[in-house]
Ligand binder design. Structure first.
Ligand code: ADP
Length: 262
């Protein structure tokens, strides 16, 4: 978030740099079950963001000392590919990725019924292939869908959106230019069923009133995106070949007990 800006982000017709209105989302597309070797997976395109998520587990936590005898542990790893941004990103975890992994893991943990799976881990790999601002929320939104695809019981699928301040206006779902040259960015994620807020951050400055406006805008958008998540899941499980695959998997599990597969 840069405080110096002489770039005009809102035009004379009140439209944003990519032609959107203040309360308009970027296009979002979600696909479920895109990876054969993961227990659950999802792919999301959200504006210029492209993110793939793989979920493994619940499986015996390893090394053993990480096991919690009363619940599952949730390991989330957020990673940006070297080619995901304009300048090559140095591979490997940096402070930002460690922070985002932590807050996404904590958010997911609050929705998953972790007490049903003692001594196990649920591993969530979030790979950002292309980044254009809003990746933590897009990654979390896709991660919830991947968890559902893995059949992991949850209160509901977590969903979110960011809002912020651009040229003095509160706007929904900032893109990269708006994030760079705007005045504030507030990512928010909720559990729709309970309305719990499970992720909330703020970069930049807002008045109390602006903050309230931003939250309201994001919550409304999140409920819309929640429907996209459900539609994506339904789309997978209504494909005839997937139904067959599910049946085959179930038959296989009955034959081999609970083989761990990776
Ligand atoms: P979020 O992606 O959740 O909005 P940030 O606000 O930290 O998280 O980042 C905003 C955007 O800045 C990212 O989506 C990405 O496009 C860009 N960005 C983040 N880290 C880097 C980096 N190391 N190099 C280049 N661009 C980056």
């Amino acid at each position: 978030m840069s405080m110096v800006s002489n770039i005009k982000l809102i035009d004379e017709n009140g439209l944003r740099i990519d032609g959107r209105k203040f309360n308009e989302l970027r296009p979002i597309k979600i696909e479920v079950g895109v990876l054969n070797r993961a227990d659950g997976s999802a792919y999301i395109e959200w504006g210029g963001n492209k993110i793939i998520v793989a979920v493994y587990g619940p499986r015996e936590a390893f090394p053993k000392h990480t096991q919690n005898p009363s619940r599952a542990i949730v390991n989330a790893r957020y990673n940006m590919a070297a080619f995901s941004v304009d300048e090559r990103k140095r591979p490997g975890p940096d402070r930002r990725a460690i922070e985002i992994s932590k807050i996404i893991g904590e958010a997911l943990e609050s929705a998953i019924f972790v007490e049903q799976y003692p001594r196990t881990s649920i591993d969530v790999y979030i790979e950002v292939l292309q980044a254009d601002a809003g990746t933590r929320i897009a990654g979390l939104t896709a991660a919830s869908v991947a968890l559902a695809d893995a059949g992991i019981p949850m209160k509901d699928m977590i969903v979110g959106c960011a809002s912020g301040k651009v040229d003095g206006n509160i706007v929904l779902d900032l893109n990269k230019e708006e994030d760079n040259y705007g005045q504030a960015d507030v990512p928010l994620a909720i559990i729709p069923r309970t309305q719990e807020v499970v992720l909330l951050q703020m970069d930049g400055n807002l008045t109390r009133e602006e903050f309230g406006q931003a939250i309201e805008m994001s919550k409304k958008a999140a409920l819309f995106i929640s429907n996209l998540q459900k539609e994506a899941l339904l789309a997978k499980y209504s494909r005839p070949e997937e139904k067959e695959e599910v049946k085959e998997e179930e038959a296989e599990q009955e034959n081999h007990g609970d083989d761990n597969h990776e």
